[in-house]
Ligand binder design. Structure first.
Ligand SMILES: Cc1cc2nc3c(=O)[nH]c(=O)nc-3n(C[C@H](O)[C@H](O)[C@H](O)COP(=O)(O)OP(=O)(O)OC[C@H]3O[C@@H](n4cnc5c(N)ncnc54)[C@H](O)[C@@H]3O)c2cc1C
Length: 405
């Protein structure tokens, strides 16, 4: 009987891992068992082009259905894995028979962090993680609709942008004193605050939510300063929680994410974990971290496939991410949070085309590029090189940054 790689979870990381296994010559069975009713699909458009209606559902899918058949990748959809039995080498599911594995790849991603406050269960209060979530929301973001968004992270702000463009009356509540506080600097936060306000979004910073009220569905949001906000619907974007319980219950090391080594291997040599559900050591962060990005999901998927096929390829990628809001594309490379001691602006924020470079002791640790893709692309290479930079060169838009690689 041929060997089997069983991948549990059917998202970006799972899809890439299966594709890479075949590309690297894995001749045995590949089974993806995911709990959603869809084959692997891209989540970023769910709060961007798919939410706005600019992209159809078919374009969300990672690969067409025939691809899986042709490549002998078996999709078992609607199957929720509930237990990994490491001794027996098998996984059981909420329904149907268990599946045996020779190698197991855990790619269970993450779920939204839920609000726990009065009225949190009322109809009209939603979250955004899946196609089903966006389908439920998209037709309600119409002209005049009063939308309350809880959390000014990427997802909250992306939904705010789509809704405001549709003519909805959007209010964003953020408990921190600035937007995107978890992922960027005050300079970039201020830029996005100005952008949203100029487009008519009402941003309420340093403002918490006490609860919701309504008879059948949400009608009012109660705010931490005692005021009330009438609303027809609310979207909550307050972060995600990794789906690592199945690994923890199987005795694998976890710590707000499944701990993996440079090859994405867990503490069991026949079990790998990839994507949002993992935590790994990164020299670009200076410690271990859990990344929530497509790039990480794809690259870890490739790394796990290589390791299963007997290649020792270490995952050593500079993290990067993007966000689209109104006419702005933000591209971030590296992790800036508290790791820099110098910040340099290249370009002109008023023109909405500039980058913020974050340096630590003359070495680049991160860059936020706003409508400046060339800065982003070159910065990925500079960060990976570890080369020293001169602050004056960065600030000079006529200086060719390619000389640093
Ligand atoms: C609205 C939205 C916008 C985003 N925008 C961006 C962006 O602009 N740029 C970017 O880089 N990233 C973005 N992300 C993040 C990116 O989509 C994730 O990092 C990526 O999807 C992670 O892939 P994954 O395969 O690890 O996890 P997921 O995509 O979460 O897939 C995991 C899958 O496993 C399933 N599953 C969970 N538990 C089980 C179980 N026990 N058994 C079987 N199946 C299970 C889940 O239902 C899910 O289908 C966005 C995410 C969202 C939700």
């Amino acid at each position: 009987m041929s060997e089997r790689v069983l991948i549990i979870g059917g998202g970006h990381a799972a899809g890439q891992c299966a594709v890479s296994l075949r590309q690297k010559g894995w001749a045995g069975e590949i089974v993806i068992a995911g709990d959603e009713p869809f084959p692997p699909y891209q989540r970023p458009p769910l709060s961007k082009a798919y939410l706005s209606g600019a992209m159809t559902a078919e374009r969300l899918f990672f690969k067409p259905a025939e691809f899986y058949e042709k490549e002998r990748i078996e999709l078992q959809l609607g199957r929720r894995a509930v237990k990994v039995d490491r001794q027996a080498g098998q996984v059981s599911f909420a329904t149907g028979s268990p599946l045996a594995y020779d190698y197991l790849v855990i790619a269970t991603g993450a779920r939204v962090r839920q609000l726990h406050c009065d009225g949190a269960e009322l109809a009209g209060i939603g979250y955004l993680r899946s196609i089903a979530d966006t389908d439920e929301l998209k037709d309600s973001l119409i002209k005049g609709a009063r939308l309350a968004i809880v959390g000014a992270g990427y997802i909250g702000l992306e939904v705010a942008a789509v809704a405001a463009k549709n003519g909805a009356k959007v209010t964003v509540l953020e408990i921190a004193d600035r937007v995107l506080s978890r992922v960027t600097s005050p300079t970039v936060s201020r830029f996005f605050e100005d952008l949203h306000r100029s487009e008519g979004v009402d941003l309420k910073l340093s403002m918490g939510l006490s609860g919701f009220e309504g008879s059948d569905r949400v009608e009012i949001a109660r705010l931490s300063d005692g005021s009330t906000l009438p609303c027809d619907l609310a979207i909550v974007g307050i972060g995600i929680v990794p789906n690592d319980e199945i690994a923890r219950e199987a005795g694998l090391d976890t710590d707000d994410g499944i701990i993996v080594d440079g090859c994405t291997k867990t503490t069991d040599p026949s079990i790998f974990a990839i994507g949002d559900c993992t935590r790994h050591e990164s020299r670009y962060f200076g410690g271990n971290l859990r990344l929530e990005s497509v790039h990480n999901a794809l690259e870890q998927g490739k790394t796990a496939a290589a390791a299963i096929c007997g290649e020792k390829v270490l995952y050593d990628q500079v993290p990067w991410f993007w966000s689209d809001q109104f006419d702005v594309k933000l591209q971030t490379v590296g992790i800036s949070t508290e790791r820099h001691n110098l910040e340099i602006i290249r370009g002109d924020p008023v023109s909405k085309k500039f980058s913020v470079f974050y340096l630590h002791d003359n070495r680049l640790v991160a860059v936020d590029s706003i409508n400046a893709p060339a800065d982003h692309m070159i910065s990925r290479k500079i960060i990976a090189s570890g080369n020293e930079l001169n602050a004056d060169d960065i600030a000079n838009v006529d200086f060719d940054l390619r000389s640093y690689i």
